[in-house]
Design a protein around this ligand. Structure first.
Ligand SMILES: [Zn+2]
Length: 373
């Protein structure tokens, strides 16, 4: 048995003062006010371990993750993924949703954060991230690809509804699949009890995700061929349908600037992120960790701080990276809260993240299933 006392505790929804958390066999059994404990965190704030809804453990966050991945054999890649996962855990991110690996390797990871994996994203022939091995052509192959993922035990299905910045020859603003194809995938996933996440930058992809009943829209950046054009009407529809947007955020400063296209678009991308929030679209945060040097694994706390800096309320952000994220990832019955029956995945941070979101950048203790890491 382990008891932890914190001067301040965020239970995934609300803040409480002077709490003692009791942990038995990796689970929280009691949360009560006052009393002594074996571990006293003093003035630190205790939170549920954070949940990053969009990472790529197989990308090394170096200058050319694709080359690194392509050159690596499975065992080497698995080792790289273990290191990526460990970085998340060290930052207090106890659950990650891997939205694109190669060869379903993410399903083989143990001992780090909880990994919820999609396997290779379903994409068109030579479509976005085709080199991860998820190419399909036509409805029958799409349905079979979804069934294969369910058979292998993935936790989510990922479909590339538009092209992406990382893949030459694809276009972020254009749809890769038809509405009928996306519907077939969503139907099949839902019949098998799996959520489906749609990578969608441009408006056509976002509209298809909504119409096809996808559970999350990843990015939702409304990129056009050369700009960003937020569709407020479509955002209203997403909010109405309760479709969750996974806001792509979180960067660390690195030597060089981001790609020129992104630098030029940055003010518009930020305005778009503000629009997602002001339109009341339910949201979680996905960092896309691994895709390049500004996005190392474990970058999620930076995303919280940066979104707070552009107008997102800290309490909404803290819920988004704990209880809301857990629910969206379908682990809301055991993750994202500090309450009896829940996994003792916990992070203590130096300071009060409600008044100072940068406190999340200062973890002082991380527990995974009740064990200090
Ligand atoms: Zn991604």
């Amino acid at each position: 048995m382990l008891t932890i006392r914190a001067g301040r505790l965020f239970d995934g929804h609300d803040f409480l003062e002077d709490q003692v958390v009791t942990v038995v066999d990796g689970r929280v059994t009691e949360v009560a006010r006052g009393g002594s404990a074996r571990v006293d965190l003093g003035g630190a704030t205790l939170l549920p371990g954070l949940v990053d809804c969009h990472v790529h453990l197989a990308f090394d966050a170096g200058p050319d993750p694709i080359a690194r991945l392509t050159a690596a054999g499975d065992e080497e890649l698995l080792e790289l993924m273990r290191e990526s996962a460990a970085r998340h855990l060290a930052a207090g991110v106890t659950t990650v949703r891997d939205l694109g690996d190669r060869g379903f390797l993410a399903l083989r990871l143990t001992g780090g954060p909880e990994v919820l994996a999609a396997g290779p994203p379903i994409t068109t022939v030579r479509g976005h991230c085709w080199w991860l091995g998820g190419e399909v052509s036509g409805e029958a192959e799409i349905r079979e690809a979804v069934r294969e993922r369910a058979r292998r035990g993935t936790h989510v299905v990922k479909m590339m509804l538009t092209g992406g910045e990382m893949t030459e020859g694809t276009h972020s603003h254009l749809a890769q699949f038809t509405l009928a194809e996306a519907r077939a995938a969503a139907e099949e996933a839902h019949a098998l009890g799996l959520p489906i996440a749609g990578h969608a930058h441009g408006r056509p992809g976002v509209a298809i995700a909504l119409e096809a009943g996808f559970d999350t829209v990843e990015h939702c950046s409304f990129l056009t061929a050369d700009s960003v054009e937020t569709d407020f009407d479509l955002l209203g529809k997403l909010a109405g349908a309760g479709t969750v947007v996974s806001v792509t955020a979180g960067v660390v400063p690195v030597g060089g600037p981001p790609p020129p296209r992104i630098v030029a678009l940055l003010p518009k991308l930020i305005a778009n992120m503000q629009a997602l929030y002001s339109c009341g679209v339910p949201f979680v945060i996905g960092t896309d960790a691994g895709v390049g040097p500004p996005k190392p694994h474990g970058v999620l706390p930076h995303a919280v701080e940066q979104l707070a800096g552009i107008g997102y309320a800290p309490l909404d952000l803290l819920r988004a990276v704990t209880s809301v994220a857990a629910r969206v990832c379908r682990v809301g019955d055991r993750k994202g809260r500090i309450r009896p029956g829940y996994d003792a995945d916990l992070v203590a941070v130096d300071g009060d993240p409600l008044t100072d979101p940068s406190a999340l950048l200062r973890p002082v203790a991380v527990y995974r299933a009740g064990r200090a890491t």
